[in-house]
Structure formats: C-alpha cells, structure tokens
Write a protein that binds this ligand. Structure first.
Ligand SMILES: Cc1cc2nc3c(=O)[nH]c(=O)nc-3n(C[C@H](O)[C@H](O)[C@H](O)COP(=O)(O)O)c2cc1C
Length: 378
C-alpha cells in the first residue's frame, strides 16, 4: 500500500500528477450508459465491477463514478434495472484496490445526513483517503415515489441539499458535540467519530445542470460535472463554460474543478469504431428506455413535432443518453481528449458498452498518447 497523508491537495489530485484525470462512469448500473440490446452490454454484476476496478487501478485510471439509481427505465432490457448501491459498492472496490479514487453517489433526500456521513467516513478509511462523494439533489419522480418521499420543488431541493451537506461536513470536522438548527434538520448533541482519513475530507462533486444546481456546486463542492462536446467546433463553448464556472467560484473566494462525461468506442480503424457505434447505440438501441428517459426530461411525442422528436430520439441514442461519443482510432480519441483538457476541463468520466472488453485497448493505446502529449504521467 502506498503511503498517503490524505491531505486535501492529494485528494483533489486523486493522489497522482495526471493533468487530465480519467475515470469510468456508470459501471454499477446494468447497460451502464448505453441503452442498447447488444448481448455484450454491461452486466454490472459484482464480479464484473471488481474485475473492472482492479483493471482500472492497475492501468492508472484515476477514478470510478457510479450512478445513484434505484429503478430501471424499462424498455426491453429494463435499462438500469439492475444496480449496485454505490457507497457499499465503493467500500468493496476501495478494499480491493490501491490507487484509484472511488465515488459514492447519494440522493440527499433519501439518506439521513448523519448515517450518510458515517458511511462516507467508513468508506474513506477503507480507501485511505480515496473516497469521493457525488451529491444528487434529485430529479426522477418515479424513484422518489418508490420511497414514499415527495420530491420538493427545484429550488427547495437544492436548499435541502445545502443543509444536508452542511450537516455532513460538520459531522466530518467538529471535534466536539454540536447542535444543528436548520430549516430541514434540527439535531441535538451530534457526536461523530472517527473523522475522515488524514484530517481532511472526501472530495465532493455535483452535476446539476440548472443555474441553481451550478450555484450549489460552487458553494459546496470541489468538482462540478457538466456535459460538454469535444468536437473542434464546440470547444470554444466548453472553454467559455469552464471560464464562467471558475470565475464565479473565484468571486466566492473558491476554486472548483470542472469535469465532463463521455462514451468511448476506440478501435484500430475509424470505420470499425463508427460501425460499432452505429450497431450498439442506434441499430440496437433500446428505444423503449430511450423514450422513457426523454419523457422524464419532458420530451414526448405529444408535445414535440414528429421530425423534431425523431431527431432528438436519434441524438439521445447516439450520444449515449447525454455524453459526447468519442468514436474513433486511438489517435483521434487522444486528440479529442487533449482538446477537452485544453479547454480547461480537469477530467472526464467515460463509459464503454462493455468495460472489460474495451478498457484494456483504451489504456494500452490512448493513455500512452496522452502521456506523450504531457497530459498524463507515463
Ligand atoms: C456526471 C453526472 C452524474 C450524475 N449522476 C446522477 C446520479 O447518479 N443519479 C441521479 O439521479 N442523477 C444524476 N445526475 C443528474 C444531476 O445530479 C442533476 O440532477 C441533473 O443534471 C439535473 O440538474 P438540476 O438538478 O440542476 O436541474 C448526474 C448528472 C451528471 C452530468
């Protein structure tokens, strides 16, 4: 085991000197980030997740980011119908790895903050400072109904999450007993020991796409995840977004890292990569699941013109339900990832149709190219 102090600086750097951080996204959910019927789609079984974590750890991948999902989206595959709970998943993976940071993704309204804070501390001790927290304020009505928890209106969701994270941070840091008197929580004589590993605290991230979500991240988080495009044409937009977020953070006297997400299909030739992208994402799309996800975002055939609906449906499938598709040769993908980094993005969480089949080629071919560009340690 490497010697780690667990300082905040080390945690934010994910314990290495890589300029562009690369993580795997969504491996705890069946089919991961691609709503596809292809038989090799991701199982999200524990043996597969464990094998992936060991592979990623040995290859120098920086982090694993799971999705907090409680109910599948339907379709013939019941997309995301089989999921492993993220904090317990992180504990198992942290115990079996040495370098990689593993996040837990938590819906604030579904967990009491003191139970959650202690779970995070436990995971953080298991990983010796490698646990990270992704806070979700909530957006998927059906999931909340299942718990008998009413979804608050959008503003109140983030006001609640603000208080929730304040309780968690105080439980992590206050040496003595404390009381908390808020709008949502009234807590007396709170005592929480041990504290996180190494006198610091886990990295906290959020991925709100609204202004309110972004403000929440600026106030409370170290990392802000946002969907961006990596094509040359859209890089200016990405750079502007990063600048805007960083400038607003500075106004609050803070610094924040901006991360993004994507799907990777990397093959020796461009033609092979594009053919597989078409095959998995479009020709074998799980359209029932895609339409349900669109409906959850308010896009239905009833409120959208037929041609526009068809275009959006195609876009959702092809963009892996909201992540730029990096499709191509190792050279092309390395160049696109370098462009993301040049736009100021600190890191990217990527998904694959099948991580165990595809990650080894990505690590063998793309990571050394990024190292030669000076973006990753060799
Ligand atoms: C990288 C990333 C990870 C996310 N993870 C989850 C998740 O695990 N579970 C979930 O319910 N929502 C997740 N979301 C949704 C966001 O937390 C957020 O609710 C959504 O982007 C809507 O933004 P808003 O709350 O500002 O309206 C994720 C979004 C992104 C971009």
């Amino acid at each position: 085991m490497l010697t780690r102090t667990g300082s905040m600086r080390e945690r934010l750097a994910m314990h290495n000197g890589n300029t562009l951080k690369i993580g795997v996204f969504g491996a705890n959910c069946s089919s991961s980030r691609t709503a596809t019927t292809v038989p090799e789609r991701w199982s999200a079984s524990w043996p597969d997740c464990l094998a992936l974590a060991r592979l990623a750890d040995a290859a120098g991948i920086d982090f694993m980011l799971p999705i907090g999902r409680w109910k599948g989206y339907g379709g013939v595959t019941d997309f995301h119908g089989t999921t492993l709970e993220t904090v317990t998943w992180a504990c198992g993976l942290l115990a079996s790895t040495e370098r990689i940071t593993v996040f837990g993704t938590v819906h604030a309204p579904l967990f009491h903050p003191l139970i959650a804070a202690k779970e995070f501390v436990t995971a953080d001790h298991i990983g010796e400072g490698r646990f990270g927290l992704n806070i979700v304020a909530g957006w998927n009505e059906g999931e909340f109904e299942m718990f008998g928890v009413a979804q608050r209106d959008h503003e109140a969701r983030y006001a609640f999450a603000d208080e929730w994270v304040s309780v968690v941070k105080r439980a992590w840091s206050e040496p003595a007993d404390f009381d908390f008197a808020g709008q949502f929580f009234q807590l007396r004589g709170v005592r929480a020991k041990p504290k996180p590993f190494g006198d610091s605290r886990p990295i906290i991230m959020n991925a709100g796409s609204s202004g309110t979500g972004q403000d929440f991240a600026l106030r409370n988080c170290d990392a802000f995840f946002t969907a961006t495009m990596a094509s040359r044409a859209s890089l200016d937009g990405t750079a502007k977004k990063v600048d805007e977020v960083k400038r607003e953070a500075q106004q609050l006297g803070k610094d924040i890292d901006v991360y993004t997400i994507g799907q990777v299909i990397c093959r020796p030739t461009q033609q092979e990569a594009e053919a597989y992208h078409r095959h998995a994402n479009v020709e074998h799309a799980d359209w029932g699941a895609i339409e349900r996800m669109m409906a959850l975002r308010g896009i239905t055939p009833q409120n959208t013109k037929p041609e526009e609906y068809a275009t959006k449906r195609q876009f959702f499938a092809s963009n892996s339900v909201g992540g730029y598709p990096f499709v191509g040769t190792p050279d092309k993908i390395a160049e696109e990832l370098a462009n993301v980094s040049r736009a100021g993005v600190r890191g990217i969480a990527v998904s694959f149709v099948n991580y165990l089949d595809e990650l080894p080629y990505f690590c063998a071919e793309v990571l050394p190219r990024l190292a030669r560009m000076g973006l990753r340690e060799a």
